[in-house]
Design a protein around this ligand. Structure first.
Ligand code: ADE
Length: 948
């Protein structure tokens, strides 16, 4: 059989069943011509005139091979009894198909009692005398399943009980999942399980030059389809998908990646290279990955300068112009002390103290402490990187010589109580021209100041009278500062009594500065603390927005409530997945069956084991192979959103599998599937209060989402899941992806994809999505629920829906829907979005309704106009109710019969209604339909502890 998914076991080769008295032999082997005059070999029987026919035809023995379940396809023609005269009692239009399992291939006698009936076979089309004349072949095809078969083979048998049949062909086959290659693993032909709902797990074997990553597995489904690929093999080192890497390319790791071009400054000559070799003068450090370019030692540091004071020398430089292509740049400092003859120098690192040290510096600066500049010191700074030790070339260095102080003693030219004029000897010879002099002075016991002077003299004013000062000077050249001259101490003249006001001023300035600083510290701490509390999540990530904490504060919807963080604001989506989801080891997941197909791959049901916890049922969404990074993120976005929620009416994320293939999202299992199809399957099965309970759950989930600042955008019954306790949970998160995925979403004129029937007008027209637009969608969900999954606006086109909403049209109350609930829907569908109820209002309204079932009696009031303030009365009388359904004429009948409370009315049957004197059938119907809508009996059950 060339068809891959079925295996032929046997084609027609039937035997006459021979029994001693030919009792069973009435089928004839006849060759006929079809309408194209081609011969067809058939077995025929046509004893329609004689009663009690029992004619058998048996196949030869058929080996079942690997099959457990086999399929028998019969092609036959059958004569219409009505078209044969005088056979009404004897002519039949069916025949029977039997089988018998046995291990023996030969010599088995035919005993009808050993045969098990498979089915009675009837024709879809039977032929008449006229068809025969016109040579029209009315061929029927019927397929039957046989099995499970446990013996080595079996016989098929055909029993005729008086029909006119021609058996044209019998095909016997079984289904298999055919040999396949998936993720570089081969999977053999596999026969599915007999139980069509369970899958066969098959382990794959890696192809040549590939190695196993996660155990490759596939599941064979009942129809011969391979499902749910897990694990994979990857290409070995030096190999890409089919071939060895070409010269100039390499592949250093096993994996399904392509061979890569050799990185810069490297090459490969041969084929199947695992690594590329470095060009001359370039190197690869021990820890450098093979993907990294080869690098070389850096050039010398630039702009080396020094800054010298009494005991401290600061050397500073700029990084080299060529880092060699690396980032692991460090510097070493070498010191040489030279005497008058420059070629007579000694190493001097040991004499000086370097901070942070002389070797392995990562910053382009070093401080030399305990430095006294009485000799010429030469410092050599070399730059190094991770490959400097591999090069045999001498290392280039930057050199600087630090000379002793160039300036001699200071001399006072003149002085007053507030100033002093000083001068000094200009240095005779300097290697670099002097830029200026720096004069340092300080009150001996107090403050420090400095002056810059171009000339070798300075007048320092603003001094305090009768105060001791210390002065010294140093030169500045392009290479830095020299050391300071010897100190010069001087006490200004005058009376110290007039110093008070000066000190007062200083005090004022100091206080203001300290006060300002304190304020700054308090403010900074405040912002940091409030910011970090409210935005712990934002601080932990790299947000693209919200750098300013004060901005972030204004985005928190309710202080104290956890805020939703949009995972799209992460520069690196993996970080969002990591932060909001738990990674699950795939060995803890057991996939049981495929329950659906999502946009990204199959959706399966299964079980999740967690150490120390009870195994739970889960739904598993898989991402099928061959995805690009964008699709992987679109898939995982939903998990990053769901992982932030924790609420009984929001679908719970158990975790994700991202470290092995296939990528999976694991969520709690919801036995009743999506709400729309669930309601359609159970049309009319629930009480109003059960439906209100479902709606309450959805509203509560939505309140939680809106409190967190999350806008769903695709709230619809199809996106609500229902569990075995009828608890409804909001699902399908993921913004843009959700809408891509939603078959209801249509493109608007502005290019967005929007589920028109569920979406608020402002969101359709100008994409104003908010919790208020979610409230509109919630109103539509209410309508879907109360109408048991009816399509909103029925078959109206999207365009007509938009136009009629614009004109003020709103969906009418579904049949049997209490007016109070329809009123709430209308409230959700207010054009002005600020007038729509908040989810918190909806939850408390529905809560009241559930707690006081008689409030549903609002049912019997005529609708108020949309937009009116909502005020739902909690109690009404039987009289009001009858007024509201325009049945006021029966008030006295109800009262006379003792039905004076709504609870007693709600228990009335149609007979009760008739008995109290409501005679017109139309009136009986109106009253009963109102009562049914109430479902007060069940409301009472609810009061007794019923819950949804
Ligand atoms: N289909 C999609 N998600 C599901 C879930 N969590 N439970 C049951 N069926 C689903």
């Amino acid at each position: 059989e060339e068809q891959i998914k079925t295996c032929c076991l046997w084609m027609i080769e039937l035997e006459h069943v021979i029994k001693k008295d030919n009792e069973y032999v009435r089928w004839d082997a006849i060759t006929e011509m079809d309408e194209h005059n081609r011969p067809i070999h058939t077995f025929q029987v046509c004893n329609v005139m004689e009663p009690n026919q029992n004619n058998w035809l048996r196949s030869n023995w058929i080996s079942r091979q690997a099959a457990q379940k086999v399929y028998v396809e019969l092609r036959f023609t059958l004569r219409d009894c009505n078209s044969i005269p005088w056979v009404s009692g004897t002519c039949k239009e069916t025949f029977n198909l039997f089988y018998h399992e046995t291990d023996e291939a030969h010599g088995v006698k035919f005993r009808p009692a050993q045969y098990t009936k498979i089915d009675t076979i009837a024709a879809d089309e039977s032929f008449t005398q006229m068809d025969l004349g016109d040579r029209i072949l009315k061929l029927n095809t019927e397929v039957r399943e046989v099995g499970p078969i446990n013996r080595k083979g079996f016989y098929l048998a055909f029993q005729d009980i008086g029909a006119c049949i021609a058996l044209v062909s019998v095909r016997v086959y079984y289904k298999k999942c055919p040999f396949t290659l998936r993720n570089l693993a081969s999977f053999p032909d596999t026969v599915p399980r007999v139980d069509s709902s369970s899958l066969v797990e098959v382990r794959g074997a890696c192809v040549d030059h590939a190695e196993e990553r996660d155990t490759p597995k596939l599941f064979c489904g009942a129809d011969g389809d391979w499902l749910v690929p897990l694990g994979r093999c990857v290409c070995s080192v030096g190999y890409e998908e089919i071939d060895a890497c070409r010269p100039g390319f390499y592949k250093a790791y096993a994996g399904n990646i392509k061979c890569s071009k050799c990185p810069p400054h490297s090459f490969s000559y041969g084929e199947a290279s695992a690594i590329c070799r470095c060009e001359k003068g370039f190197f690869r450090a021990e820890k450098d990955p093979p993907t990294m370019a080869c690098t070389r030692p850096p050039s010398r540091p630039r702009n080396l300068m020094f800054n010298l004071n009494d005991t401290c020398l600061l050397l500073e430089w700029s990084p080299p112009s060529d880092t060699g292509g690396r980032r692991d740049l460090t510097y070493n400092v070498q010191c040489k002390r030279c005497g008058p003859e420059p070629d007579r120098c000694q190493q001097c690192e040991d004499e000086l103290r370097f901070l942070p040290g002389p070797l392995g510096l990562t910053n382009a600066t070093v401080t030399v402490v305990d430095f006294s500049a009485h000799a010429n010191y030469t410092f050599e700074i070399e730059s190094l990187n991770g490959v400097s030790d591999m090069s045999s070339f001498p290392r280039p260095v930057a050199i600087i010589t630090v000379s002793p102080s160039l300036v001699g003693a200071l001399k006072k030219d003149w002085a007053s109580p507030n100033s002093i004029a000083l001068s000094w000897q200009q240095p005779e010879q300097t290697t670099l021209p002097i830029i200026d002099y720096e004069v340092k002075y300080y009150e001996k016991v107090l403050k420090y100041s400095a002056y810059d002077s171009k000339a070798p003299s300075v007048i320092v004013s603003g001094l305090k009278p009768a105060t001791w000062y210390v002065f010294s000077v140093r030169t500045r050249t392009a290479a830095g500062y020299s050391s300071y001259s010897p100190k010069y101490e001087y006490e200004t003249t005058g009376d110290s009594s007039n110093m008070a006001s000066d000190q007062g001023q200083v005090l004022v300035i100091v206080t203001a500065a300290v006060g300002g600083f304190t304020l700054l510290v308090i403010l900074t701490l405040f912002l940091l603390i409030t910011g970090s509390k409210l935005h712990k999540k934002q601080t932990a990530r790299t947000p693209l927005h919200c750098i300013d904490y004060s901005l972030c504060l204004s985005t928190v919807p309710y202080p104290g409530i956890k805020t939703y963080v949009d995972p799209d604001t992460y520069e690196d989506p993996t970080q969002a997945v990591h932060e909001f989801t738990k990674e699950i080891d795939p060995s803890r997941i057991r996939i049981e069956r495929v329950i659906g197909a999502g946009e990204f791959g199959e959706v399966c049901s299964g079980r999740l084991r967690t150490p120390g916890k009870k195994e739970i049922a889960v739904a598993i969404k898989t991402l099928k192979g061959g995805y690009v990074e964008r699709q992987r993120w679109d898939f995982l976005r939903e998990a990053s959103i769901m992982g932030q929620f924790d609420h009984p009416n929001i679908i719970r994320l158990e975790g994700v599998v991202t470290k092995s293939r296939p990528v999976m999202i694991v969520v709690e299992y919801m036995e009743n599937g999506s709400l729309d199809s669930f309601l359609r399957q159970h049309d009319g099965h629930f009480t109003v209060i059960q439906l209100v309970g479902m709606l309450r759950g959805i509203a509560s989930g939505m309140k939680y989402l809106s409190d967190m600042g999350y806008v769903h955008r695709d709230l619809a019954a199809r996106n609500i899941l229902v569990n075995s306790n009828l608890v409804c949970k909001v699902s399908d998160f993921g913004l843009s992806r959700v809408l891509e995925d939603d078959p209801e979403a249509a493109y608007t004129t502005t290019g967005g994809k929007i589920p028109i029937r569920w979406t608020a007008p402002e969101a359709i027209s100008y994409r104003k999505f908010s919790s208020a637009s979610d409230a509109w969608s919630y109103g539509i969900v209410m309508w879907e629920v109360m109408s048991y999954g009816e399509r909103p606006y029925w078959e109206m086109s999207n365009q007509d829906v938009i136009l009629s909403i614009e004109e003020g049209y709103r969906l009418p109350a579904p049949m049997g829907c209490p007016v109070a609930l329809h009123q709430l829907m209308l409230h959700c569908w207010q054009k002005e979005r600020n007038h729509r109820p908040k989810f918190t209002d909806i939850v408390s309204f529905l809560d009241k309704l559930i707690r006081n079932p008689s409030t549903v009696l609002k049912n019997f009031f005529l609708p108020e106009s949309p937009g009116e303030e909502m005020d739902y009365p909690m109690f009404i009388s039987v009289g009001d109710w009858l007024d509201s359904i325009k049945m006021s004429q029966y008030k006295s009948n109800f009262m006379a019969a003792g039905y004076n409370t709504l609870d007693s009315v709600a228990r009335m049957s149609i007979e009760d209604v008739r008995r109290i004197g409501v005679e017109l059938i139309g009136h009986q119907r109106r009253i009963i339909s109102s009562i049914q809508t109430l479902h007060l009996q069940l409301l009472h059950e609810h009061e007794k502890g019923f819950h949804v």
